[in-house]
Design a protein around this ligand. Structure first.
Ligand code: C5P
Length: 221
């Protein structure tokens, strides 16, 4: 195989959690570490791609050759993704919060004696779905699905619903989030391929190999 098979391609990767502000000092978040997305960005860059990595708040160093854009909330991630397009390939590994607070308090909320405040939530934009239906849809669009049950069936349904090419499904009922290994199912129109449990960097290598293969074959799946 060529040394830099993704040379000349722009690969967009999202990674990490989002933080949804409640007030200036508090937020809603999830357990995503960003490790899988950062590994994918690293492997895409190693394969010669120009890589834009839109990252939520994580404690990771930027892989060599990767152009990193830091964001906090889903709204900010949506804007950064939009700005980063067009791309040949987008791999959306971020664990975007489904909900954000309906109103963000400008001041730190106070304990005022009696009842604790109610958190009113509202739905966040689905970044992946809007990229899928947008004018600048990448030729190969890959989403992730963190599931705890019926992993493959839910992923296949999600693939169709969101209008993406592949869904990378993983079972997060164990300690995948924050852990160093991952077991993934690559869910495509043509079927499902399950990889062994591997370090996240090896999962990324395998996935980027599939991306290269698909681009070379004109990704007819
Ligand atoms: O629907 P669900 O959150 O399981 O979908 C997961 C996939 O969709 C991931 O690729 C994630 O990055 C993306 N997503 C998104 N914007 C959201 C929610 C999920 O881009 N608001």
């Amino acid at each position: 195989p060529e040394h830099r098979p993704l040379y000349g391609k722009h690969v967009l990767v999202t990674a990490g959690p989002t933080h949804e502000p409640i007030d200036p000092v508090r937020y809603l978040a999830n357990r995503s570490s960003g490790k899988q997305g950062f590994s994918i960005a690293a492997m895409a860059a190693a394969a010669g791609a120009r890589v834009t990595l839109v990252s939520g708040p994580v404690h990771l160093t930027t892989p060599p050759g990767v152009d990193r854009i830091d964001v906090e909330s889903a709204d900010e991630m949506a804007a950064a993704v939009k700005k980063a397009l067009p791309a040949d390939v987008a791999i959306m590994a971020a664990a975007v919060a489904d909900w954000r607070t309906k109103d963000r308090s400008g001041q730190k909320m106070k304990k005022r004696g009696s009842a604790p405040p109610a958190l009113l939530l509202t739905e966040n934009p689905d970044i992946l779905a809007s990229v899928a239906s947008g004018r600048k849809r990448p030729k190969l669009l890959i989403g992730f699905a963190a599931e705890t049950e019926n992993v493959v069936d839910n992923a296949q349904a999600k693939r169709k619903r969101k209008g993406v090419d592949w869904i990378i499904a993983n079972d997060v009922s164990g300690d995948v989030m924050g852990g160093d290994t991952n077991t993934i199912h690559i869910v495509r129109h043509s079927g499902v391929e399950t990889l062994d449990e591997l370090p996240k960097m090896e999962v990324a290598r395998a996935l980027i190999d599939k991306v290269v293969e698909s681009l070379e074959n004109g990704n007819e799946d």
